[in-house]
Design a protein around this ligand. Structure first.
Ligand code: BGC
Length: 725
């Protein structure tokens, strides 16, 4: 179905906007630019403001209460303007899907789009009309807790996911309702120094344009109607007073016509940033820079009217902001029907097809990081054969968990709707005796369960350990300075390893972890992430081979914390780690560590399957000219014994540029399903215009010259080719 786009103006709506605007007092205009929250403002103040024409509510859930407030806005405010109701629907509303970092590992934008649409369906019936997602921040530093909320390190994949999510949210809903998306956080919030949330960002305009802005552009091209300005500064200018970002780039270059909302109290924080002595100056700078709506700080509420009356802010600025707000409310149909449907919420939530989609998404999000043959046998350790495993030791603090797996920002998602690995395995392995041992907690120092865990492992035919992070270890304000398994979990591993059995680890987490010992000493690792309500089912299906793992990483996994930030699309430098020369001097004087490799433990794009794939017959048809298309084909063959999906990836390197270029850049990907023995040709068409970058003068250009390319299973390997532009 066609999705809504808020790019084009409808003349009829424009007339309604102008009519309404003409009737508004200055105070009413400022109220429309104000977003309020019940916990922050208190119920009495909230109601008073709704009666005075507040523009928007946020972080409130439930059709019943939201309908009350909408009714108040329509019937008790002078002009009867409905409320925008904004909520964080980050990876599902009641049907909780895997965290976004996980679902990006499906490399299936269409599937993610379906998930977003389900989330919109549930949110809309419950009274939400504005979704604060997708989070499209590129992140290359796993310390940042919010890496969980995005699509990882790569702008090309990030663009695909951003567009898909906007389309999913903004496709009109079955009952005729509409939702508007809000890509965030504009911009470069994911580039915080040392991964500490809210911290300084100081990146070049070139990186900003080449790496951090493209997913926003993709979201706008898909028709996103709003955008959220971020907390961070960039090179000394906080995003919410960054006229370059909010006006020049956003409006003039990207032609974005929608509404800009600040992040939570971002205007208030301008004082802490030290760019405004008080809230009044914060309001002045933000309004003049292009923030249309103030999320809860009250800078606009308290000061914008007098700033206009004194001539410090032209009224035209406010009129333009209010036009954007009203235009959106008309386009969403809120004047006709702003209400959630209390009769339909329960019937809408968690419908069987939604739960099924959550299972599919969880299965496809999970990444098989390792699967080796135990030394005495020839077969790999996974999948487990339920008929062969008479006794299974299921060990670890997450083995029977139904809460942490929901992941950060699950909001009104409920643990009661989810299933643990233990619960599903019990059903799927009726003839197996499963011994469940927690071993230790996720955090803390209690090791009293170690002995029991070891005993269970000794007695078992197979040992599965379910380890990882609590959900509260990622997400906003949850950066970590250590990326290992928290608490005593690594020691639990040592203890259980003493049983001498091949260890199968299932990792549940919200970010890449640093797990050298685990990677070295286990036989298999299934990365399950925080996989949402169907985590248990998906893990069980994959462990038992009812489904074949197909997910691939969208963020590099470091070997050591000191490698962070780490990403495949790095620059070569003047002394590349794998550079030429064999003398002692050459070998030593390279961009490397003296005590650790430079490569990640698991590279971007990496993931195994229960089958194997071979790539052959690479054909490269160079583009005719700079307006042309690069064509690349190859054959992928399933060389193993099980049907499976392979995610083929095309990387390109521009060998010489007027500025330095990354050693590899993803330019295409394709998921291909192959039966055992089957071969398929895959074909990529890359418009040459997508091979450009921001050059010396910071304009986007494609330079003629020589390129290398790789087509293969991940960013570290593939068939190699070349072409000249
Ligand atoms: C977060 C945003 C979120 C907003 C509203 C902020 O703290 O940074 O991502 O949309 O709160 O909940």
């Amino acid at each position: 179905m066609e999705h809504d786009s808020y790019k084009e103006f409808d003349p009829q709506i424009e007339r309604r906007v102008e009519d309404l605007l003409a009737q508004m007092t200055l105070a009413e205009k400022v109220m429309q630019m104000t977003q309020i929250n019940i916990n922050h403002h208190g119920r009495d103040e909230l109601e008073a403001r709704i009666r005075h024409g507040a523009g928007s509510l946020l972080n409130m859930y439930g059709a019943e209460i939201l309908n009350e407030f909408q009714k108040m806005a329509l019937e008790e405010s002078r002009l009867g303007i409905p409320l925008l109701v904004g909520n964080d629907v980050i990876h599902g509303y009641r049907t909780i899907f895997p965290i976004p970092l996980a679902w990006s590992c499906t490399w299936e934008p269409d599937l993610v789009e379906e998930g977003a649409h389900i989330a919109a369906e549930e949110a809309a019936v419950d009274g939400t009309n504005w979704i604060f997602a997708p989070m499209v921040d590129i992140c290359r530093d796993a310390r940042w807790g919010r890496i969980a909320e995005g699509a990882g390190e790569d702008p090309f994949l990030g663009q695909a996911m951003a567009g898909a999510l906007v389309r999913g949210f903004q496709t009109p809903l079955a009952d005729g309702r509409h939702i508007v998306a809000c890509p965030k956080h504009y911009a470069a919030y994911g580039a915080a120094e040392d991964g500490r949330d809210y911290n300084t960002v100081d990146i070049s305009e070139r990186s900003l344009r080449d790496v951090y802005l493209p997913p926003f552009k993709a979201a706008f091209d898909a028709g996103a109607g709003t955008v959220m300005s971020s907390f961070n500064e960039i090179a000394g200018v906080p995003a919410s007073i960054n006229k370059f970002l909010l006006t020049q780039v956003l409006r003039d270059e990207m032609n974005f016509t929608g509404l800009v909302v600040s992040d939570w109290n971002a205007l208030g924080e301008l004082i802490d940033h030290g760019v405004a002595p008080d809230l009044r100056e914060a309001a002045r700078r933000a309004a003049l820079s292009g923030v249309d709506m103030d999320m809860v700080s009250d800078a606009y509420h308290d000061h914008l009217q007098s700033l206009i009356e004194e001539g410090a802010v032209p009224e035209a600025v406010v009129d333009e902001a209010v036009r954007r707000i009203l235009r959106l409310k008309f386009a969403l149909g809120l004047f006709e029907n702003p209400y959630g449907d209390t009769e339909q919420t329960e019937a809408t939530f968690l419908q069987p097809p939604f739960r099924e989609k959550a299972l599919e998404m969880a299965r496809k999000s999970m990444v098989l990081l390792k699967n080796e043959a135990p030394s005495s046998q020839s077969a790999t350790v996974l999948p487990l054969d339920a008929g062969e495993v008479m006794r299974l030791a299921l060990i670890g603090p997450l083995a029977d968990d139904r809460r942490e797996i929901l992941g950060c920002w699950h909001r009104i998602g409920r643990w009661q709707d989810s299933e643990s690995v233990y619960e599903v395995l019990k059903k799927s392995m009726p003839n197996t005796e499963i011994t469940l041992v927690q071993g230790c907690s996720l955090e803390g120092d209690d090791i009293s369960g170690f002995e029991e865990a070891l005993a269970a492992a000794i007695a078992a035919d197979a040992v599965v350990m379910v380890l990882g992070e609590a959900e509260a270890m990622s997400g906003e304000a949850h950066s970590r300075a250590y990326l290992g398994l928290p608490g005593r979990q690594e020691e639990l591993l040592y203890a259980v390893a003493a049983a001498g059995k091949p260890l199968i680890a299932v990792l549940m987490c919200g970010r890449p972890l640093v797990i050298p010992w685990l990677a070295e000493n286990t036989a298999a690792i299934l990365l399950a992430w925080h996989g949402g309500i169907r985590t248990g089912g998906a893990v069980a299906d994959l462990l038992l081979g009812k489904a074949n793992p197909s997910g691939k990483l969208t963020a590099s996994w470091p070997r050591a914390l000191g490698q962070v930030p780490i990403y495949y699309a790095h620059k070569n430098s003047g002394r590349p780690a794998d550079g030429p020369g064999t003398s002692q001097f050459d070998m030593a004087h390279r961009t490397r560590f003296i005590d650790e490799a430079t490569e990640p433990l698991f590279p971007f794009g990496y993931g195994l399957s229960y089958t194997t794939f071979a790539y052959s017959d690479l054909q490269v048809t160079p583009p005719r000219d700079l307006q042309g298309t690069l064509r690349v084909t190859a054959v992928v063959t399933n060389t193993g014994a099980m049907a499976g999906d392979e995610i083929a990836q095309l990387y390109v390197r521009d060998l010489v540029g007027e500025v330095t270029r990354p050693v590899k850049e993803l330019k295409g990907f394709q998921k291909v399903f192959l039966a055992p023995g089957e071969s398929k040709q895959i074909a990529f068409e890359v418009p040459v215009q997508e091979l450009g970058f921001h050059g010396l003068d910071l304009t986007y250009k494609v330079e003629p010259g020589d390129f290398h390319l790789w087509l293969g299973p991940d960013s570290s390997q593939g068939l190699e080719g070349a072409f000249t532009l």
